[in-house]
Design a protein around this ligand. Structure first.
Ligand code: HXC
Length: 518
């Protein structure tokens, strides 16, 4: 409301002050009491100091339903604008829970859409800070239309600019689908939750008793559903994770990620790698140790680390170059490929490919997980996702086989025949249709059962098969492996090979789009 005694500048200042007060001091206190920050406090943590330019601060809703005409808030519950993270442009929207619970309606959605349009047209990432009670109940269907406008833009922007979603409070109902359409989701333990239907609806429909935290809290989505890529103990840590991810990514799909200067000599050996594979081939080891040895110190950032732990994915730097890593994890379920691992890795491969991040695959895989659970839930379609993702990726991709590379899983894990640019193998590699024991039992069944000492016969035939295939030399002889290398030389080989492949151009047949086995 204008005060007649105000000068034009005083009026503007008063409006600015009103906008900065969000939903009022009481609601800000309530937000803080829940351990949550306000929309603008979050933006200050995200952006480089002094770089935020706010847009649409004076936007208000137009609805008069249910007394909304008497309850106007400047900004309509979302702070939007642009700024810089580590000197690079990003667009941001930050929902303000202190205004009508951060609920989304027509004007609020229009502000977010403007940010998404700017990001797409100017080729820079978007970070969404979500904290909302969902569709603004008083505004009805225009709220739903607003969500759909955002979803549609999320899809248009997908693969063009990186989109990050931080969930810093409630995110329920259809609202969950915007984060789900973006590249990375971050949740805060204890204060954020996501679900399509809340505990009350669940109780009515399925008679299950479940808390919000159990149903859709950070831990649930990090371990059970895989919906979130990162969890953090508090908001500042989640925002920091988002900044780390942005540093690995280019601004858009036309650019490459930044190469950092790396001071150590390229030729440095990592001797620990020479003794990392146990002598007993059935014994597990932690593939993360291999990753840490191969990559630049302290650069490995694991993604979805508590979900489908039989496969490890993440970003790191190798000689300063940003790379994506997909690695079987022998320390969990022997590194077997199952439905969750295939989906997790496939999505990551496509994210890296979309944003020109070269891929390093570390392979030690005994095969696909057998069983009715896997078959009935579609390991065929889901395993095909990973096969598809590697096959269509045009970024430089290098595989290092550290130990087992068996059966169909060998093909799937970025093998030469599905387009790997380079395949290295350690001398400990076993590249075969299956393990020697299983193979001997099948192909020498009659001989073994007819022998006077069947155990000795099995051992003899197992050794025969192992001699032929439980090594990398058959595959190297065929050219499926480019070079068998000493483990401690791997880092140097990879740095040189990725440098050699940096201008790679690979074109596939023109099409509208492929038909990924979704
Ligand atoms: C309008 C809302 C609102 C909403 C909260 N508020 N949600 N106003 N529309 N959806 C308002 C409250 O009236 C209150 O206003 C203020 O925000 C804070 O809410 P509280 O309930 O006091 O906060 P809290 O106790 O922390 O509970 C938060 C909450 C709860 C769990 C989110 O507010 C809630 O259940 N809200 C409704 C959620 C919902 O059903 N949304 C629709 C979902 S369906 P005052 O003035 O008192 O500060 C949906 C479909 C999307 O979103 C479909 C897209 C395709």
């Amino acid at each position: 409301m204008q005060n007649k005694d105000q000068t034009p500048s005083e009026r503007l200042e008063a409006m600015r002050a009103e906008a900065l007060l969000c939903g009022g001091e009481q609601r800000i206190e309530a937000q803080h009491a829940k351990g949550k920050l306000t929309a603008r406090e979050r933006i200050s943590l995200l952006l480089d100091p002094g770089t935020f330019e706010e847009l649409g601060m004076l936007v208000t809703h137009r609805s008069t339903n249910f007394g909304l005409d008497k309850q106007k808030f400047l900004g309509d519950g979302v702070v939007t604008g642009y700024g810089q993270v580590n000197g690079r442009l990003i667009y941001v929207f930050s929902q303000d829970f202190t205004i009508l619970g951060g609920s989304l309606a027509e004007a609020h959605a229009e502000k977010i859409c403007k940010i998404l349009d700017l990001a797409l047209e100017n080729g820079a990432p978007v970070v969404g800070l979500n904290d909302s009670g969902g569709a603004r109940i008083q505004e009805g269907v225009v709220s739903l239309g607003g969500y759909a406008d955002i979803f549609h833009r999320n899809v248009q922007a997908s693969g063009v600019v990186p989109q990050l979603s931080l969930i810093l409070g409630p995110c329920a109902g259809g609202a969950v689908y915007s984060p789900a359409l973006t590249d990375f989701t971050f949740m805060v333990e204890g204060s954020s939750y996501m679900f399509v239907t809340g505990p009350n609806v669940v109780k009515t429909v399925t008679h299950e008793e479940v808390t919000s935290e159990e149903l859709g809290g950070a831990k649930t989505h990090a371990t059970k559903s895989g919906v979130t890529h990162f969890t953090a103990p508090h908001e500042a840590a989640a925002i920091d994770q988002a900044k780390q991810i942005l540093a690995f990514l280019p601004q858009n799909c036309e650019e490459n990620a930044l190469n950092l200067t790396y001071s150590s000599a390229e030729t440095e050996k990592r001797v620990k790698l020479d003794s990392i594979i146990p002598e007993n081939t059935q014994k597990p080891y932690d593939m993360r140790e291999v990753i840490l040895e191969l990559t630049d110190e302290t650069t490995f950032l694991e993604v979805q680390k508590d979900y489908a732990e039989n496969i490890v994915i993440g970003f790191a730097r190798l000689g300063g170059r940003s790379i994506g890593i997909v690695a079987n994890q022998p320390a969990f379920l022997a590194g077997v490929l199952d439905i969750h691992a295939s989906k997790k890795a496939a999505r990551f491969v496509r994210t890296c490919d979309a944003f020109n991040i070269p891929l390093l695959v570390l392979e030690d895989v005994p095969g696909f997980l057998p069983g009715t659970d896997q078959e009935w839930n579609g390991i065929i379609t889901n395993g095909a996702k990973l096969l598809y993702a590697f096959s269509e990726a045009t970024v430089p991709r290098i595989t290092v086989i550290t130990r087992k590379a068996y059966g169909g899983a060998y093909d799937v894990m970025n093998s030469r025949n599905i387009g790997a640019d380079m395949v290295y193998s350690w001398p400990t590699a076993e590249i075969a249709v299956m393990g020697a024991k299983g193979a001997a039992e099948i192909i020498f069944r009659k001989e073994i059962s007819g022998a006077s000492d069947s155990t000795a016969k099995l051992a003899e035939k197992e050794a025969e098969y192992a001699e032929l295939f439980a090594n990398p030399y058959n595959a190297a002889g065929r050219g499926y492996v480019d070079e068998v290398i000493t483990p401690s030389d791997t880092r140097e080989k990879l740095i040189k090979a990725f440098e050699m492949l940096k201008n790679k151009v690979r074109n596939y047949p023109r099409k509208k789009h492929g038909n990924v086995p979704l």
